[in-house]
Design a protein around this ligand. Structure first.
Ligand code: CTP
Length: 397
C-alpha cells in the first residue's frame, strides 16, 4: 500500500521523538520514500544521523545548511510529498499549524503542502486537555488535516492519562487504511485502449491517424491511481507507461481486436479510447509496392468495430465506455453511438473545440449516459480530463 509513496515525516520536540526511528524504519520497510524534517527542539531528542541512516535520505532541520549554504526548498518538499505526517506533533507545532505561523522549515512545508496532512500529538495530559490545544486541534481538523489520536497510558511525566503518541505500528496501519480508503477501485480489473492503429499497405507503408495515445494513457494512469489493476492495450505511440500498468502493444485494428477479445471478460470496466482505423487494405502487399502508374487505387475493407463487438459480449456486471470524435452534429452522433454499441457512457470530443483533440495536452469533453443525460466539462489538461472520466465511471458502480 505504501510502496513508492513519498512521505515527509515532521518530528517535533517531544520525548516521543525517539519513536520516530521505529516509524521511519516501518515506513521504509513498507516501500515508502521517507524524508524527515526535525524541528530544532526535536534534534535534542533524536539525532539527524539516526533518522538519515534509517530513511536513507538527508534529514532537514533548517531552511539552509549553515556550513554549505544549501537551501532546503520548502515549496519543493511540500509538492514532493504524497503525505505529510507530523509525529510526534507537539502542542507548540499544533498551535503554529492552526494559526499559520511559519517560523521553521516544518511549518513552512506544512503551509506549502498540497497533500493530506496527518498529525499524531504527543504531550502531557494537561497540555492535551487544555482548551487552547483542543481548539487548535479542532481548527486543524476543520482544515481537513487528519488526527491520529493520542493514546491513554503512563506518560513521560509519570502521570497517567491521554497524551501518549500512537505507537509507530498503529500509525503505519492508520496510514495504510487511509490510503486504502482513497483507492475506490482497489483490485478492480480495468481495460483501457489507447493510441492509433497502423494498417499495413506493404512492408514499409501504412494507413494511420494522428492519435498520440495521451488521453488513453492518462485514463490508464488515473485508474491505477485509484487502485485498479489496469491492462493497457495500445497502438504505436511515443507515450511511456507507468510501471504498474500491464501494457500490451499492438499494431493493427485486427491485433487490437484480438487483444481486446482476450482481455475483455476479465475486466469490470473497459474504456475504449483508441483511435481504431475504420478501414484497412484488403490485402497488404508482401513486397514494397513500386511506383508505376500516375494514379494508384488502394482497395480497403471495413475493420471490425471493436467497441461494438465488446458491447455485444458485455454482461450486466461490466461497464463499457466509448469515445466519439466528431466534427459536426456532435451530440446526435455521440448519442447514436452509445445506443448502437451498447455502451454505459460515451465521451464526446469535438474537433471544433480549440485545444481539444489529437496530440494536444488539453481536451474538452462532454459525457452522455444511457439516460441521455449530459455532463459538460471545461477545457482541462488530459490528466484532469482523465480524472473526470474515471469519476463519472465510479458513479456507475
Ligand atoms: N472503435 C472501435 N473499433 C473501430 C472503430 C472505432 O472500437 N473499428 C471505437 C473507438 O475506440 C471509439 C468509438 O468506437 O471508442 C467511436 O469511434 P469513432 O471513430 O468516433 O466512431 P466510429 O464508430 O468509427 O464512426 P465514424 O468514424 O463513422 O464516426
Amino acid at each position: 500500500m505504501l510502496k513508492d509513496k513519498n512521505i515527509i515525516l515532521g518530528v517535533c520536540g517531544s520525548i516521543a521523538a525517539y519513536k520516530a526511528a521505529t516509524l521511519v524504519r516501518l515506513l521504509v520497510k513498507a516501500g515508502a520514500n521517507v524524508k524527515v524534517i526535525l524541528t530544532s527542539d526535536a534534534a535534542n531528542f533524536i539525532t539527524p544521523l539516526t533518522l538519515a541512516t534509517l530513511s536513507k535520505n538527508p534529514v532537514y532541520t533548517q531552511y539552509f545548511e549553515e556550513e554549505t549554504g544549501v537551501w532546503s526548498n520548502h515549496v519543493e518538499l511540500g509538492l514532493w510529498a504524497d503525505y505529510l505526517l507530523v509525529a510526534p506533533a507537539s502542542a507548540n507545532t499544533i498551535a503554529k499549524m492552526a494559526k499559520g505561523l511559519c517560523d521553521n522549515l516544518l511549518t513552512a512545508v506544512y503551509l506549502s503542502a498540497k497533500c493530506p496532512v496527518l498529525f499524531a500529538p504527543a504531550m502531557d495530559l494537561d497540555m492535551w486537555a487544555h482548551e487552547s490545544t483542543q481548539q487548535n486541534v479542532s481548527q486543524l481538523l476543520s482544515y481537513g488535516n487528519i488526527l491520529i489520536a493520542p493514546g491513554t497510558g503512563e506518560l513521560a511525566s509519570g502521570l497517567h492519562g491521554q497524551g501518549r503518541m500512537a505507537e509507530p505500528e498503529e500509525i503505519l496501519v492508520f496510514l495504510e487504511q487511509l490510503i486504502k480508503k482513497g483507492l475506490p477501485l482497489l483490485g478492480t480489473k480495468v481495460l483501457v485502449t489507447a493510441g492509433p492503429t497502423y494498417e499495413a499497405i506493404d512492408p514499409v507503408r501504412f494507413i494511420g491517424n494522428h492519435s498520440s495515445g495521451k488521453m488513453g494513457f492518462a485514463i490508464a494512469n488515473q485508474f491505477a491511481a485509484m487502485g485498479a489493476e489496469v491492462t493497457l492495450i495500445t497502438g504505436p505511440t511515443a507515450e511511456k507507461s507507468a510501471q504498474q500498468l500491464r501494457r500490451i502493444d499492438v499494431l493493427s485494428a485486427a491485433d487490437m481486436l484480438d487483444a481486446c477479445l482476450r482481455e475483455f471478460s476479465e475486466a469490470k470496466i473497459t474504456v475504449m479510447s483508441a483511435a481504431v482505423a475504420d478501414y484497412t487494405p484488403v490485402q497488404a502487399a508482401a513486397q514494397k509496392i513500386k511506383k508505376s502508374e500516375e494514379q494508384f487505387q488502394l482497395q480497403l475493407k471495413k475493420t471490425t468495430d471493436i467497441l461494438a463487438s465488446l458491447g455485444k459480449l458485455k454482461t450486466a456486471q461490466q461497464i463499457l465506455v466509448g469515445f466519439a470524435l466528431e466534427t459536426e452534429n456532435e451530440e446526435v452522433h455521440a448519442k447514436a453511438k452509445l445506443i448502437k454499441k451498447n455502451l454505459d457512457l460515451i465521451v464526446l470530443n469535438s474537433l471544433n473545440d480549440k485545444g481539444a483533440g489529437f496530440k494536444m495536452d488539453t481536451n474538452k469533453i462532454t459525457i452522455f449516459n444511457q439516460a441521455s443525460e449530459k455532463t459538460v466539462f471545461e477545457m482541462k489538461s488530459k490528466s484532469e480530463v482523465a480524472k473526470d472520466i474515471c469519476l463519472e465511471i465510479l458513479k456507475l458502480l
